[in-house]
Design a protein around this ligand. Sequence first.
Ligand code: CA
Length: 220
Amino acid sequence: MTNKTIDLSDELYDYLLHVGLREPRLLRELRDATDNEEMSVMRSAPEQGQFMALLIKLMGAKRVLEIGTYTGYGTLWMALALPKDGEIVTCDISEQWTFVAHRFWEEAGVHKKIHLHLQPALKTLDEQLANGGESSFDFVFIDADKENYAAYFERSLALLRPGGLIAVDNTLWNGSVIDANNHETSTEAIRAFNEKMHLDNRVDISLLPIADGLTLALKN
Ligand code: CA
């Protein structure tokens, strides 16, 4: 018995999925389709997608902002969790990666809830702010280029309503955050972001060791 988070062996992880995951068929198929893409490591883990869907239902969220669509796997989990009049503004720059998403969003009947903006996310966030979007989102998922995490977070916080939640992906960055020899710009950016979050009293935080590390920040 230990009071620290359990180590997950491959076998224990398989068990976790076996008894803990209820992944709808279309999500499973989208995951399989994504696993054939070269950047499949960028797809959200299924238990993480399910967890964010649960958070969205728990909060009664209606408006979601996603920074980093990729193949739309996390988007689909969240869209299925939203009520009929819910919506997702999702940001990406890659037509190629988001191409596969559309078919699955449509087949799941949630495509009308999803608004994909294909341009640099900072531009989309600034447009949302300029168009009166301040405090208009309930939930934000940040999962894009790590160098811009701090900038995404600041804009997201402005776009989020008080009591809203920001989820930030990859904050343990495959463990490289504690590798003193790793000075890649992405690693340095995540380290700096994590240190800043630790001291940011505009939000309550929780860093969950789910998938590659997921930091939750609740706006005061
Ligand atoms: Ca990610």
